[in-house]
Design a protein around this ligand. Structure first.
Ligand SMILES: Nc1nc2c(ncn2[C@@H]2O[C@H](COP(=O)(O)OP(=O)(O)OP(=O)(O)O)[C@@H](O)[C@H]2O)c(=O)[nH]1
Ligand SMILES: [Mg+2]
Length: 294
């Protein structure tokens, strides 16, 4: 059997479960997941290593039609990933009615490279599966469709098999013992942003970015990873909200994020967080690109 390798994009509108699927496939909590839409802002690379294949998954920000600069740049990330991928999983929710935006993506990507992934199957009755599948087969003429539940990890292996059939023969693209290309520094910044998304509401998560200012690895002499990070907001009025009464909110964000960073690194972590205002950063293309880089 020939070894196969390639890039597989996961695209779709915000909140359909793209990051949950990638984590389920990898068996790792690599991409942050929250109940809020537009959680993912970067292209997140997760590598599945198997005996007969290496599949490099590219999780993407939710694609949508807002004209805000931050959203436009997030869409650019998706466009770039689509252009590079050998195969693209276009994800919709089982209960989703309007699939106009996804159809446009499907037309652009092409039938041969596309797999329609219908997620959140656990939320609809099994009797509906057939009509959901037929809709895409009849209206779109899809070549491959998989109905699954990323959250319950049901149907995921079927998807992996369908992907493998579409991948070209080739050598591994990355060392076989790695499940991501991201630095721990980047993942740490994401774990802090995840807590902001989980603990803050209204516009605050969407006005926030995280910048790691210092990252000192644990050593034999100092077995603690020392991280200093700024939570960036875009208005003075948001600063107090992130800090909270008597500093309680930022303390809670820090504690929860520290716990997850410790789990990832397997060392003790000292995490120092502070809040910084960078006026209107979500409207400034250069600033956004700085935060979208690693
Ligand atoms: N019931 C159910 N919920 C799911 C499933 N997959 C994901 N979710 C939930 O849907 C929400 C969004 O999941 P994400 O994985 O962050 O979705 P996403 O598509 O990556 O979202 P963005 O990054 O914002 O584009 C979370 O609350 C998940 O727990 C599923 O199969 N079933
Ligand atoms: Mg996501």
């Amino acid at each position: 059997m020939q070894f196969k390798s390639g890039y597989v994009a996961i695209v779709g509108r915000p909140n359909v479960g793209k990051s949950t699927l990638m984590n389920a496939i990898l068996g790792e909590e690599l991409a942050i997941v929250t109940a809020k839409p537009q959680t993912t802002r970067h292209r997140i690379t997760g590598i599945l290593n198997q005996d007969d294949a290496q599949i490099v998954f590219l999780d993407t920000p939710g694609y949508h039609e807002s004209k805000k600069p931050l959203n436009c740049i997030m869409n650019e990330v998706v466009d770039g990933v689509i252009a590079d991928a050998d195969c693209v999983c276009i994800m919709v929710e089982a209960g989703q009615n309007d699939v106009g935006m996804e159809k446009e993506l499907f037309n652009r990507i092409g039938r041969g490279r596309s797999i329609v992934v219908v997620n959140k199957a656990d939320l609809v009755h099994k009797n509906l599966y057939r009509s959901v599948a037929e809709r895409f087969k009849n209206d779109w003429d899809v070549k491959e469709l998989v109905i699954l539940s990323a959250l319950k990890n049901e149907g995921v292996i079927t998807l992996i098999d369908a992907i493998k059939e579409r991948l070209p023969a080739g050598e591994p693209l990355f060392p076989a013992d790695e499940y991501t290309t991201h630095t721990v520094r980047f993942i740490a910044s994401e774990l802090i942003r995840e807590q902001v998304f989980l603990q803050m509401h209204q516009e605050i998560p969407y006005s926030t970015a995280v910048r790691i200012e210092e990252f000192k690895d644990a050593t034999a002499d100092d077995p603690v990873t020392r991280i200093k990070a700024a939570i960036i907001v875009e208005k003075e009025s948001q600063k107090g909200m992130v800090i909270g009464k008597g500093g309680t909110r930022i303390k809670e964000i820090g504690q929860k994020a520290r716990f997850k960073i410790e789990e990832m690194l397997g060392t003790k972590v000292y995490l120092e967080l502070f809040v910084k205002v960078e006026e209107n950063w979500t409207k400034d293309g250069d600033k956004i690109r700085e935060f979208m880089g690693e």
